[in-house]
Write a protein that binds this ligand. Sequence first.
Ligand SMILES: [Zn+2]
Length: 112
Amino acid sequence: MIFNYCTRDEARQKNLKHFFTGIPCKNGHVTGRLVSSGDCLSCAAIARKKSKEKAKGVPVARSARLSSPPGPSAEQVARENARIKKLNREVTQDLNEYLKKAFGIEFTLPVL
Ligand SMILES: [Zn+2]
């Protein structure tokens, strides 16, 4: 988006929705601002995204991590590993029971 330099008052007089002063906002964005609130458009877009995610039930803390490289967090990896371990244990136990019933043998598979 290209913004022509104008002050908030000028934009208001021209009935524009945006104005651009070239002065960075408190978060360092050099972009247009809304005449209505004076908010930087980038900040407004971020706030909109956050409230959208909040409405969807996505924790705000997660959106803060979006700028970091994609991939599961250490917490997610630990949870997934625990889930797989539990699944393996259940499958192994089931198999042991099946072998015992079907063949009458006690066959012990290593429980992972
Ligand atoms: Zn901003």
